[in-house]
Design a protein around this ligand. Structure first.
Ligand code: FE2
Ligand code: FE2
Length: 179
């Protein structure tokens, strides 16, 4: 018989799990916006969008590192070190993506188009890494998280997202107006 408490079944646990899963969806949306800006030729917006994505990702990873991966959770299917390593991998892959995006903007003509094709391959690799990590969390780690109050996450996270709201609205408006 199991000797641990499944905190995902408590009210607080369910709420925090739901909010962290929502944040995974936010990350997907910002990543798609970054890709769309690139394809649409809105180079500066693409750079800014990737910066925003990075800030949200770092905030998300830091929260998980601090609150979910700190205690020795012997109950998760995957060891905590697997999650920590994946966080490091995501940050390294994102740094590479940022470098390649900055390089891409310095090119023109065919060189730029070829660089875009190569960049899309890197984006796909990063996206799959992120998706795989999130699936693991949602099916394992989040089921065994400590019984934390959701406001610990919701309040600062909402503040962070709100600070990007007008940029997001302007960018979406620009994209909507393109043919
Ligand atoms: Fe994570
Ligand atoms: Fe996560």
């Amino acid at each position: 018989m199991s000797n641990f408490t499944d905190f995902s079944t408590t009210a607080k646990g369910i709420t925090l799990k739901k909010h962290l899963e929502e944040s995974h969806k936010d990350l997907h949306q910002w990543f798609l916006l970054y890709q769309e800006c690139l394809v649409a030729g809105l180079d500066q917006s693409a750079i800014r969008t990737l910066e925003v994505f990075e800030q949200i990702l770092v905030f998300h990873l830091t929260f998980e590192d601090q609150w979910l991966l700190k205690d020795a959770l012997s109950t998760t299917r995957w060891p905590i070190t697997v999650y920590r390593k994946e966080h490091e991998k995501l940050e390294a892959a994102l740094s590479k993506l940022k470098r390649k995006t900055a390089d891409y903007l310095t090119f023109s003509g065919r060189k730029k188009r070829h660089a875009l094709i190569s960049l899309i391959e890197d984006q796909l690799r990063f996206y799959h890494l992120m998706e795989h990590h999130e699936e693991r969390e949602e099916q394992d780690l989040f089921l065994f998280m400590p019984d934390l109050s959701a406001s610990l996450w919701v309040v600062p996270y909402k503040k962070l997202l709100d600070s990007f709201l007008s940029f997001k609205e302007n960018t979406v408006r620009q994209l909507d107006n393109l043919q």
